[in-house]
Design a binder for this molecule. Structure first.
Ligand code: PMP
Length: 409
């Protein structure tokens, strides 16, 4: 195996399309949504043009082909996560849908005084569902603080984990600081009190296959659109016995075993959690993306990502009044790089570098307002890398930022 960034990039049609006006595209916003390779576009189109039908219930050939394609995608997701069984893989609308599913369904098993521990680094989608559960079931919500360099402050775990802790819900990689969580410490602390661990893998899953068994966690969530797949599809993996113990989250077709007005009973997992017609073509597209990702040379890809990350961090360090939010070192981080430029609003910076250098960045609070507030900021500029990024993208970014600072300050 080997990794050739130019060949990888050539698989993505968006980079071949010349922009109608302005500079060429330097896409550094993959943390928001990654681009899709042609093979994913083809898999979705092939499905829609040869096997489009509803799944699970049909008996005609096309319905059987659609069901097989959908269940094959489930197998691909199970393989990507090294899940013990595909029945533990539930297709959702995305990470948000997956976490809400757990907060609703597993949340129904929690009550007054039970504690859920989240962290200061969480995306709103791993905060608000637990706040809703707090209102609904009277749980207590506590927060692992962040360190000054944007990691989870795990030295505080011992005081925060109590005999009433039932669940620890943390990000695998921060969408703001890029810090990768030391899940082994979280799992050990959770196990000591019999708590479960949910991992928001939205930012980690696009950077190579996951091994949920080796991680020892209980739930793992991620989104298709960040992992080079279609929009509107995501994955929740959960331990079989936990999913089986959870009541359904949504009622409707296909999640039942039998319905009568005297009372209904539920289908086995995963169908119990997939009420209604699922996003079928999107699942097929995600399956194609995950199979393809599984074949990549991840050590080589990540080495290149860290090299580019190092170049960006070094370049930012030369800009006066630039504050980097994440870890300065390349250990325990991925290519998600947030920074604030003194005296400049993140939106102005993003608009400027897009218009002048074609660099697509994200500016704002990144759905992490508690973290922003704890840093005394309204927002940051964020560059996020994928394997299709190259030195030309980094040059355009650093050049664009130097121009922005000269022109806008
Ligand atoms: N968690 C993290 C860490 C994220 O970066 C995102 C997307 N910005 C989400 C959750 C939510 O993902 P989605 O909008 O695809 O549900």
């Amino acid at each position: 195996m080997s990794f050739d960034p130019a060949r990888f990039r050539a698989l993505f049609p968006i980079f071949a399309a010349a922009p109608a006006d302005g500079p060429a595209l330097h896409y550094l916003d993959s943390g928001a949504s990654a681009q899709v390779p042609q093979l994913v576009i083809d898999a979705v189109a092939r499905h829609d043009s040869t096997a489009r039908a509803n799944v699970k219930r049909g008996v005609h050939r096309l319905a059987e082909a659609a069901t097989e394609a959908y269940e094959t995608a489930r197998l691909s997701a199970a393989r990507y996560l090294n899940a013990p069984s595909p029945r533990e893989v539930i297709f959702t609308g995305g990470t948000t849908g997956a976490i809400n599913l757990v907060a609703r369904a597993h949340g129904d098993l929690l009550g007054e005084g039970d504690e859920v521990l989240v962290s200061m680094l969480e995306h709103h989608s791993n905060i608000v569902p637990w706040q809703l559960l707090q209102t609904r079931r009277g749980i207590r919500l506590s927060v692992i603080p962040a360190t000054a360099d944007g990691r989870l402050d795990l030295d505080r775990l011992d005081e925060l984990v109590t005999p009433r802790t039932r669940l620890i819900a943390v990000t695998h990689c921060s969408n703001v600081t890029g810090a990768v969580t030391d899940l082994a410490r979280i799992v050990a602390a959770a196990r000591a009190v019999g708590a479960k661990v949910l991992v928001d893998g939205a930012q980690r899953a696009p950077h190579g296959p996951i091994d949920v068994q080796a991680l020892g966690v209980d739930f793992y969530a991620f989104s298709g659109h960040k992992a080079f797949g279609p929009n509107g599809i995501g994955v929740l993996w959960g331990r079989g016995e936990l999913l089986e113990a959870m009541p359904p989250f949504m009622g409707g077709g296909e999640m039942i075993s039998h319905v009568s007005f005297a009372g209904s009973s539920w289908a086995p997992i995963p169908n119990k959690f997939e009420a209604g017609t699922p996003p079928i073509a999107q699942a097929v597209g995600l399956g194609a993306a995950l199979d393809w990702l599984s074949e990549q040379d991840w050590p080589a890809i990540l080495a290149n990502e860290m090299r580019l990350t190092g170049r960006i961090l070094d370049g930012l360090a030369t800009i006066p009044g630039c504050r980097i939010l994440g870890p300065g070192g390349l250990q325990q981080r991925l290519g998600v790089i947030s920074f604030a430029l003194d005296g400049l609003h993140p939106h102005d910076v993003c608009q400027f570098v897009d218009a002048t250098h074609g660099v697509a960045l994200r500016g704002g609070h990144h759905c992490a307002q508690p973290l922003m507030e704890s840093c005394g900021l309204v927002g940051t500029v964020r560059a996020s890398l994928a394997p299709y990024n190259d030195d030309g993208d980094v040059d355009a970014l650093l050049d664009g930022l130097a121009h922005a600072v000269r022109q806008l300050r």
